[in-house]
Design a protein around this ligand. Structure first.
Ligand SMILES: Cc1ncc(COP(=O)(O)O)c(C=O)c1O
Length: 394
């Protein structure tokens, strides 16, 4: 074909590097290689059984048809109630809640609904790999603001202020963060939200790891800092990480009524709705909240033990330093003193020692690598010893 088969969007988009590392590690395992995988961003536990049973029941009852684009009404109501209890958007109505096929899709629609050509989106780095690509797909422009480990991977209000231009439309926040696991303190979050209100830009707050917290850390929701914040903050989350439901594809979004409606309209023309019987499983998690949180607490015991073991093992390696992350299930050690770029480090580690980690380059942070501790104690122990040997030799 004269101009090629692909649109400018398809030509410019990069495939997800985190999914690529994970599939490479899985393919090596399938070929019989003994790979220690720290690449996957997904809990290794099964979905709590009462959630699975509710979805199986819905399936058996024939809840197999299209659902309303924004989600089944009881789930939207339950989510609105939960958000109201958390102080998000001062009592949102169910009409302000959209259930989507995954937190990733919620993020994409939040950006697509509000940003377009000529708009700038501030993305703090290290960032989740998909944000810049989503901004690109919306025709908007990213402005990346870097925060290294010396500042706890958190951007300051002064850095954001420096990045502002008349075209600034949105700031993306992700606390707890993928890839760093770090969280913003209340005062830090408040100062950033105050900037958004003063300079009149939107905030997309991706809170997909909101319940995965350690060391008594607290999660602070930007949309809960008063009515002006409630207007400007689009809160995105989902069921994947909290309830180990990655394959169910269920995300959430809560925003002011105008944005929520636009997101639902975009969804109605693109994915139609999140899978109907999956939504009934999620509904059970919302209605049986205490039970669901008990299941999460159990997972957290394991995550926490693995986090501390991995942290201790990484810290013991000469030339490696690592922040004590208090959220999600990632550690993001600094490997810059070892003398290899993070791409070369992660490629060689996989090829020579059969250990899969994700290069910091993918997250806009060369000199670091991401390790997910959503994996077994045995893999952590074996993987750490291989990483220690590798680092000693390079
Ligand atoms: C920061 C962040 N946001 C959103 C998502 C999307 O999650 P899902 O689409 O599985 O709900 C992920 C998944 O890796 C993530 O790390």
């Amino acid at each position: 074909m004269k101009n090629g088969y692909l649109s400018q969007w398809a030509r410019n988009v990069s495939p997800s590097p985190t999914l690529a590392v994970d599939s490479k590690a899985k393919a090596m395992k399938a070929a019989g290689e003994d790979v220690c995988g720290f690449g996957a961003g997904e809990p290794d536990f099964d979905t709590p059984s009462f959630i699975k049973e509710a979805s199986a029941k819905a399936l058996a009852e024939g809840k197999t048809k299209y659902a309303p684009a924004a989600g089944i009404p009881p789930l939207r109501e339950a989510l609105a109630e939960r958000y109201a209890a958390l102080g998000v958007l001062s009592e949102p109505s169910p009409g302000q809640v959209v259930v989507s096929p995954g937190g990733k899709y919620s993020c994409y629609l939040a950006i697509l609904a509000t940003c377009g050509p000529g708009d700038e989106v501030i993305i703090p780095a290290p960032y989740w790999v998909s944000y810049p690509e989503m901004v690109k797909l919306a025709g908007a422009t990213s402005r990346v603001v870097f925060a290294g480990d010396e500042q706890g991977f958190k951007v300051t209000p002064a850095q954001i202020e420096d990045a502002l231009t008349p075209s600034t439309r949105m700031l993306i926040l992700n606390s707890p963060s993928n890839p760093t696991g770090c969280l913003y303190e209340k005062a830090e979050m408040e100062a950033i939200v105050e900037l958004a209100c003063r300079h009149d830009f939107l905030v997309m707050s991706d809170e997909i790891y909101e319940y995965l917290l350690y060391d008594g850390a607290e999660h602070h929701r930007p949309s809960s800092f008063g009515p002006e914040a409630a207007e400007r903050v689009v809160t995105v989350s989902g069921f994947s990480k909290t309830f180990s439901m990655t394959g169910w594809r269920l995300g959430t979004l809560v925003a002011n009524p105008e944005i929520a409606k636009a997101v639902a309209d975009l969804q109605s023309q693109t994915s139609s709705n999140a899978t109907t019987f999956a939504q009934y499983g999620a509904l059970e998690a919302m209605l049986g909240w205490d039970r669901a949180m008990d299941a999460v607490s159990e997972m957290l015991v394991h995550f926490d033990r693995r986090r501390l073991n991995l942290l201790e093992g990484l810290e013991a390696i000469e030339g490696v330093s690592c922040q004590r992350a208090q959220g999600a299930f990632y550690l993001f050690p600094n490997i810059s003193e070892l003398g290899l770029g993070s791409e070369e480090f992660s490629t060689r580690l996989l090829e020579e020692r059969k250990v899969a980690v994700v290069s910091g380059h993918a997250f806009g942070a060369d000199g670091y690598v991401r390790l997910s501790y959503a994996t077994s104690d045995e893999v952590i122990e074996k993987g750490l010893s291989r990483i220690q040997d590798f680092c000693r030799e390079i």
